[in-house]
Design a protein around this ligand. Structure first.
Ligand code: 13P
Length: 342
């Protein structure tokens, strides 16, 4: 294992307040996002949309890397340039989602386990040859009546750790993403307890599988009340609870935590990240940044709507969100910036 190369990539992914752009929706999920705007889920539309996002002028100043879906990494742009090549030319590290999705966990109604370990060693070697330098695997943890179960925590932590070890063997930095879902009416304390248990078990499994922590990025969900909770939490409460949870569970040798947005509004996702960085004041051993899908892409998709004539404005909207989030990763976001879309 080339630990130096892994550490170098991991550090580059979180350098200078930069974060990650997640555009790794599977074809059906992409179809759902497109359907909201009446855009057909064709290969050409998926290619044009992803090329629009990745060729946004100046994106590489605020975004270090982007997570692609298998189809996109294999594609060329309408001009015939491989996506990985176009990204490298824009200073964006190519990443790839390698799990094959969350499936029902046998014996555990209402819970999921993420699949994709079979044949993963061979797939990772191919992705590395195609230019991918980091990967993502998302596990989902559902909060509910009596959930999560011990079996759900264990199965997902084990799969994440086996995936991470295989990535590092292939010279690819693993992003380990155990997402505690926002669905439900639980309070913030319950989300805290579940997130703490999820991360504790994850890092125990990572240690058992000999994963090199300085060559890994944690993609975490923030500690929030359920989206149907009677009482919502203010920015400072979310920031304080999330930081407390990370301090309790994440070893200091992990270089960075890149949050998912998980269905928060664009501006909330930015403001929460900013609040954490302000509250912490740079004391944490890991960088705190973003790896958003919806909270980065949504305004661009809203403008594009499948029309070539809207590309420039859509790119400006993405560039704006990326700028706001980089400011938040440095604890320097000012909500007044929201009025400054170029
Ligand atoms: P959201 O930011 O939309 O939650 O997506 C992040 C992601 O990559 C989910 O795996």
């Amino acid at each position: 294992m080339d630990t130096q190369a892994l550490e170098q990539t991991a550090r580059a992914m979180i350098a200078d307040g930069k974060g990650l752009l997640a555009i790794d929706e599977s074809t059906p999920t992409c179809g759902k996002r497109f359907a909201d705007y009446g855009i057909d889920n064709t290969e050409d539309n998926r290619r044009d949309y992803r090329a629009l996002l990745l060729s946004t002028p100046g994106l590489g100043e605020n975004v270090s890397g982007a997570i692609l879906y298998d189809e996109t990494l294999r594609m060329t742009t309408a001009e015939g340039v491989a996506f990985a090549r176009m990204m490298q030319d824009h200073g964006i590290i190519p990443g790839i989602k390698v799990d094959t999705g969350a499936k029902d966990l046998a014996g555990h109604p209402g819970e999921k386990v993420t699949e994709g370990l079979d044949g993963l060693r061979e797939r990772l070697a191919e992705y590395h040859d195609m230019g991918a330098r980091f990967a993502k695997w998302r596990a989902v943890i559902t909060i509910g009546d009596g959930l999560p179960s011990r079996g759900c925590y264990a199965a997902n932590a084990h799969a994440l750790a086996r995936y991470a070890a295989l990535c590092q063997e292939a010279g690819i930095v693993p992003i380990v993403e155990p997402e505690v879902l926002l669905d439900g009416d639980h309070d913030i304390d319950r989300c805290y307890a579940v997130t703490e248990e999820t991360l504790t078990r994850l890092f125990a499994e990572l240690r058992d599988q000999n994963v090199h922590l300085p060559g890994l990025i944690l993609k975490a969900s923030m500690v929030l009340p359920g989206k149907n909770a009677a009482q919502q939490a203010d920015m400072r409460e979310v920031a304080a609870a999330t930081l407390r949870c990370l301090y309790a569970t994440v070893p200091a040798s992990v270089p960075g935590v890149a949050f998912l947005s998980g269905g928060q509004s664009n501006e909330d996702a930015t403001a929460h990240l900013d609040a954490m960085n302000r509250l912490d004041g740079g004391r944490a051993p890991w960088k705190l940044t973003f790896s958003y899908a919806r909270a980065l892409q949504q305004p661009a998709l809203d403008i594009w709507r499948g029309e070539a004539g809207n590309v420039d404005k859509a790119q400006a909207a993405l560039a704006h969100r990326a700028r706001c989030n980089r400011a938040a990763a440095q604890g320097r976001y000012d909500p007044a910036q929201e009025k400054q879309v170029a």
